[in-house]
Every structure is written in structure tokens, then in C-alpha cells.
Design a protein around this ligand. Structure first.
Ligand code: MEV
Length: 441
């Protein structure tokens, strides 16, 4: 039976583990061994990881893989990817190689504006609120100067603050809707600090605004928070080639491939059930790079999926066409990323990943991440519309199944060879391993 506990966060790490083990596990020694085998032997490094979050009991490993041969705007990249799904890095590498031989990826940052809002309740005359806002707006900015000074020096900062009337949605509800340029920082802390300062100034100044009645002076701040919806922090990634070059040396004609591929994209454009899976494939590439570079993949996920619904129906993020015999496949997505601040200067593997990417600016990272997404989508659609996805997937999955059964090196080599010519299914692998073990007894 579970039990509650008071003051858990104040316990030492080993006491926390003792409590977890006593409360939830029957085999204390085994559980502790599993937890401790992931501790780093370098105490300082372990402490760094312990302190990223609260109540750390161990480290949770994900593989960090690399996908080489990404040609992006004529520069070659090897892209780091942190992900557990077995086929993702292989698919990215395949797509990179494919497009390397066809001119590579072309990318462009379209915009870099981020948004934050102060949500508040005001019970009074709207015209008076507008007058108050126009009068106080410059003060909102000057009273935030301690926060914005450094960012401004580097060329970023607050771009604008608007008053938005949302009373059609909720009675007496208004917003200060602010836009920001945060340069190489993802900017969450910067934006939230600015917003909280706006809220303070706004509330304080209202108390002495002569036109307001006593009731109108009582502006009620509900919350001040950045938005992870960043439709004006957009990047475009694209590949294109002659239709005939799509299928060099294969049975398929380029035309047939392009036509099937475009049909698959069109389906994702109009059919939400398919669009979600289609976009999930894009996010396989995006999240893996976002995670490897120490960025917030939940923020990216939320923003990207909202963008996929911007026209009122959830739809494909990518598009494809053939025009004048040129096949073009592209995507525009919102990405709020940072290459300074947060984990980027703290986590040794994040630092390594950024160095591998030639220490990119946030704008460069947006382009690399978008390419990883487009490449992943290309690889998925290429398999889906030709061989089907399971062939490649199950080959990669083979190793997971073998590891699950603790296959030794000899067994792995033998069965990898065997399944080059046989269909991988969970039961076929189980059977083959069983037979191999019996025959080598
Ligand atoms: C699997 O993780 C991703 C795919 O389902 C994406 C897609 O269907 O396009 C293969």
C-alpha cells in the first residue's frame, strides 16, 4: 500500500531512496542496485545532474546518436540526436545522404519574435483603460530596464506591448500582449521577468490614475507568462530536385514516386488522423535534436502542434509539389530555441552537441532542427509509400528484442545475419533465438 510523506524533498538522496524502496519495492537490494548503476562515478558530474531537478534518485539515460552528411545551405553538419526510438537516427542519416547527392537542404529563418502576456481583469470603462494604457506604456518599458539592459545592448529586448480586449471571450478580461526579441536565448526567464514587472507597474500606476473610479483602479492581475505559441518565430526548410533524380537506379520512376509522395502529403493536409502521425514523424527528428541541444522539447511540441492547427483544422506541417519537373518538399514551423542560457552551458553533453554543430546561433539551430524534422518526414513518407514502414522498423527493433532476451554477441551476430533475409516479428525472433540456443547446447 502506498503512503504519503511529509518533507520528502528535505531528505538526503539515500534516505529518499530508502523510503521509495521500502514503500514500493519488494526487493530492496535489487532496486537499489538498478538505481545506483546509473549513478556517475564522477561525484561532481553526478551532483550537477542531481541539482538539475528536485528529488533526483538516479539518472535516466537516453542514447545520443549522430546523423552525418546533412548539407544545409552548403555547410555540412553531423546532427546529434537524443532519442529512444530505434529507427529515427538511421532514417535521418539515410535522408541526409539522399539529399546530399541532390544539393542538400535549403533553409531560411523567416522571423524570430516571441510573445508573452499579462492576463488581467478590469471592471470598468474600456475607453478609460485605453487612455491609461497609452499613458503608462512607456513606463512599463522604462521600469523593466534593469531586466532588459543587457539584452538591449546585444540588440534584443521588448519589441512592443499592446492592450488586447478579450471581453468577447470572458467578461472583463484583458491582456497586455507583448512581443520580444531574445536573440540566442530561448528567453523564457527574460520574458517572464519582464511580464511580472509590467504587471507590477500596471497595477501600481492604475491606483493613481485620476480618470479611474475607485473600482476601476483595482486591476486584478490573473497571471503573467510567456506563450509557447510562436507563429512569428518561424523557420523554413526545403529540398528540391529534378523529378527523374528522385529514384536513380530504382524500379520506380521518379514521376511515380513523386506522385505517390505528394498524395501522401495531401492526405496529411486534409485528414487529421493522418496529419497527427505525419507530424509525429516530423517531431521524431525535431525533438531528438531539441533534446540533444538542451532545449525545451515540450515547449516546441506545444507550439508546433498549435501551429499545425492555425487554419482551424489540424493539418500537415510539410507540403510537396512538382512544378516544371522540379519536385519540392518543404515545411515552415515555429521554433523557439536557445543556444545560450538554460542547460546549454551546464550539461556537458549539450555543450558537446552544440560544438559538434559549429556552436550555432539560435537562428542557425532553428534551421538545423527544422531540417532534422523535414528529413525525418521525408524518410518516413519514402518508406511508407514504397516498401512500407515495418521492414526498416523491425530490423532496428530486432536489436531491442535481442537485448530484451539478453542475447550474447554470438547470438546477435547470427540472428542479425538470419533476419537479413527473413521477416522480423517478435515471435519469429523469439523462436529463432530459442532454436539457436537449443542447437548450441
Ligand atoms: C513513427 O515513429 C513515425 C511514423 O509513423 C511517421 C509517419 O507515419 O509519417 C513512421
Amino acid at each position: 500500500m502506498s503512503k504519503s510523506i511529509a518533507g520528502f524533498s528535505k531528505l538526503s538522496k539515500s534516505k529518499k531512496i530508502d523510503w521509495i524502496v521500502d514503500t514500493y519495492f519488494s526487493n530492496a537490494d535489487d532496486t537499489k542496485r538498478v538505481l545506483k548503476q546509473y549513478w556517475n562515478s564522477d561525484d561532481k558530474l553526478q551532483q550537477l545532474h542531481d541539482e538539475f531537478i528536485e528529488n533526483t534518485i538516479t539518472n535516466y539515460y537516453l542514447p545520443l546518436g549522430v546523423a552525418p552528411n546533412f548539407l544545409i545551405n552548403n555547410t555540412l553538419y553531423t546532427i546529434p540526436m537524443a532519442i529512444e526510438e530505434s529507427s529515427v537516427v538511421a532514417a535521418a542519416s539515410k535522408a541526409a545522404k539522399f539529399w546530399l547527392e541532390r544539393g542538400g537542404f535549403k533553409t531560411k529563418v523567416i522571423s524570430t519574435t516571441k510573445i508573452g502576456q499579462v492576463h488581467f481583469i478590469y471592471k470598468g470603462d474600456f475607453d478609460k483603460l485605453v487612455t491609461f494604457f497609452n499613458q503608462v506604456k512607456s513606463k512599463l518599458i522604462t521600469e523593466s530596464e534593469a531586466i532588459t539592459k543587457n539584452m538591449k545592448k546585444r540588440g534584443g529586448g521588448i519589441l512592443d506591448i499592446e492592450l488586447r480586449n478579450k471581453t468577447a471571450d470572458i467578461e472583463n478580461y484583458y491582456q497586455l500582449h507583448a512581443s520580444f526579441e531574445t536573440l540566442d536565448a530561448m528567453g523564457a526567464n527574460f520574458i517572464n521577468s519582464c511580464l511580472e514587472q509590467f504587471a507590477k507597474t500596471f497595477k501600481k500606476e492604475a491606483l493613481s490614475f485620476d480618470l479611474f473610479s475607485d473600482k476601476e483602479k483595482e486591476i486584478d492581475i490573473v497571471m503573467s507568462i510567456l506563450s509557447n505559441y510562436v507563429p512569428n518565430c518561424l523557420v523554413r526548410a526545403e529540398v528540391s530536385c529534378n523529378v527523374e533524380d528522385l529514384t536513380e537506379g530504382s524500379d520506380f520512376s521518379g514521376e511515380a514516386f513523386a506522385s505517390k509522395f505528394i498524395q501522401a502529403v495531401n492526405i496529411a493536409e486534409v485528414e487529421p488522423y493522418r496529419a497527427v502521425t505525419h507530424n509525429k514523424g516530423i517531431m521524431n527528428g525535431i525533438d531528438a535534436v531539441v533534446l540533444a541541444t538542451g532545449n525545451d522539447f515540450r515547449a516546441v511540441e506545444a507550439g508546433v502542434h498549435a501551429y499545425a492547427s492555425k487554419d482551424g483544422r489540424y493539418s500537415s506541417l510539410s507540403h510537396a509539389k512538382v512544378e516544371n519537373n522540379i519536385f519540392t518538399f518543404w515545411m515552415e514551423i515555429p521554433l523557439a530555441l536557445g543556444t545560450v542560457g538554460g542547460l546549454t552551458g551546464l550539461h556537458p553533453l549539450v555543450k558537446l552537441a552544440l560544438e559538434l554543430l559549429h556552436k550555432p546561433s539560435a537562428k542557425e539551430l532553428m534551421q538545423i532542427v527544422a531540417v532534422a524534422g523535414l528529413a525525418q518526414n521525408f524518410a518516413a513518407l519514402r518508406s511508407l509509400t514504397t516498401t512500407g514502414i515495418q521492414q526498416g522498423h523491425m530490423k532496428m527493433h530486432l536489436m531491442n528484442i535481442l537485448n530484451q532476451f539478453e542475447a550474447n554477441e554470438f547470438e546477435k551476430q547470427t540472428l542479425v545475419e538470419h533476419f537479413k533475409n527473413n521477416t522480423v516479428t517478435h515471435s519469429a525472433v523469439t523462436e529463432a533465438l530459442k532454436n539457436l540456443r537449443v542447437s548450441s547446447e
